[in-house]
Design a protein around this ligand. Structure first.
Ligand code: KG4
Ligand code: ZN
Length: 352
């Protein structure tokens, strides 16, 4: 039995998980600095890095306690090497090196995006490549083909905002706070998905995404409505709300319509990828993969078309250490360990 400890600090989550034989999750502890970023409406890299330093030991202790094991029981240390915020990545990598040196165990550098997709294989170990991968988070929106364990072919990426970023910006515009994804997800239950007409960037042939047109359309609608009500909308680039938000029913309709448009785009392009490549398996990963409407529609559409859709549980969709440990296990089996001189690589990108 091989027990790998996985460390994730690429953004605002300090996360450590312990996984046995690549699939059995013994612990998965996540501490988030989200509350510290709230006043700014987005992640402040320096704050994220500082909080990683402050909490990482506690997260390690909790993770070991949850797994009922000790540091000496760990066979290898895996850590997110990139992509991510340089200062934040540095903390995790330095910590991982310290542990690897202290315990005299192998060190494994993991690509954060590959780890998000690996969460699909941890969810359903019978899944074998090739599969279509959709990674949707605050920093990424990409479609790829996973040909092998570590072989990816990029199909498309966002040309502007990542989809999670669009959720966060629209939520800010509506005065819903940060992070916006979960709030829009919840509030959409109250709203009418067709209440507001919004554009979908799906007509073009390719697989690239663009969410800035959708975001700007929401901005215009909110401004018009606010003027009609004699209110001022939240300025789209301002971190602080500038005025009272428009009435709740309107906000819920905008949230639901925006979410539907974003999900439509992700769904259309993912299904197009299946059609063009002939591959009939999909894995989704990243924070936005926690979105209930995306999960539901992708699952339904897959069912209708006879396509296998692997949707990891929420704890494996958001940034977490278990997915890093899981992928670390596979890399370890292939001997893909790193020397202690390993550095962060903020631009790591599925080797594609
Ligand atoms: O993967 P992740 O935890 O961190 C990054 O690597 O970015 O993703 C965070 C992003 C945020 O933009 C957040 O608003 C979004 O995922 N998110 C959601 C939901 N939960 C988190 N977006 C839509 N619906 C959700 N339920
Ligand atoms: Zn992520």
């Amino acid at each position: 039995m091989v027990r790998v400890l996985g460390i994730e600090t690429s953004c605002d989550e300090t996360a450590i998980g312990i996984v046995e034989d690549g699939v059995r999750i013994r612990s998965n502890i996540v501490a988030s600095s989200q509350d510290f970023h709230k006043p700014y409406g987005g992640v402040i890299p320096e704050i994220a890095a500082r909080v990683h330093v402050e909490v990482i030991w506690r997260v390690l202790e909790e993770s070991l306690a949850q797994a009922s094991c000790q540091l000496s029981d760990i066979d290898a240390i895996a850590v997110t090497q990139g992509p991510g915020l340089p200062g934040a990545l540095l903390i995790g990598v330095a910590f991982a090196k310290g542990l690897a040196m202290m315990l005299d165990r192998p060190l494994i550098g993991v690509d954060h995006l590959a780890a998000h997709l690996h969460a699909g294989r941890m969810t359903d170990p019978t899944l074998a490549p090739p599969f279509i991968g959709l990674v949707v988070s605050g920093g990424h929106s990409l479609l790829c083909v996973a040909h092998g364990e570590q072989r990816f072919e990029m199909l498309g990426e966002t040309k502007d905002d990542a989809v999670g970023e669009a959720f966060d910006k629209v939520a800010r515009l509506l005065g819903l706070g940060y992070p916006g994804g979960p709030v829009i997800d919840r509030l959409s239950d109250e709203g009418n998905r067709t209440g507001v007409v919004l554009p979908r960037h799906t007509t073009k042939e390719g697989f690239d995404f663009s969410f800035s047109g959708l975001k700007t359309a929401v901005y215009r609608i909110v401004m018009e409505q606010a003027q009609g009500l004699g209110l001022r909308a939240h300025d789209k680039d301002s971190p602080e709300p500038t005025a009272q938000s428009p009435e709740r029913a309107f906000v819920a309709d905008v949230a639901a319509s925006f979410q539907e448009a974003a999900v439509d785009v992700l769904l259309t392009k993912t299904m197009r990828a299946c059609q063009k490549t002939g591959i009939r398996q999909i894995v989704i990963g990243g924070g936005v993969a926690a979105n209930r409407r995306l999960r539901q529609r992708l699952t339904e559409e897959g069912h209708a078309k006879g396509i296998r859709v692997v949707v990891p549980p929420l704890a494996l969709c958001v940034d977490n250490g278990a997915m890093v440990a899981g992928l670390g296990c596979e890399l370890l089996a292939k001997g893909r360990t790193q020397p202690l001189s390993m550095n962060i690589d903020p631009h790591l990108h599925l080797n594609a």
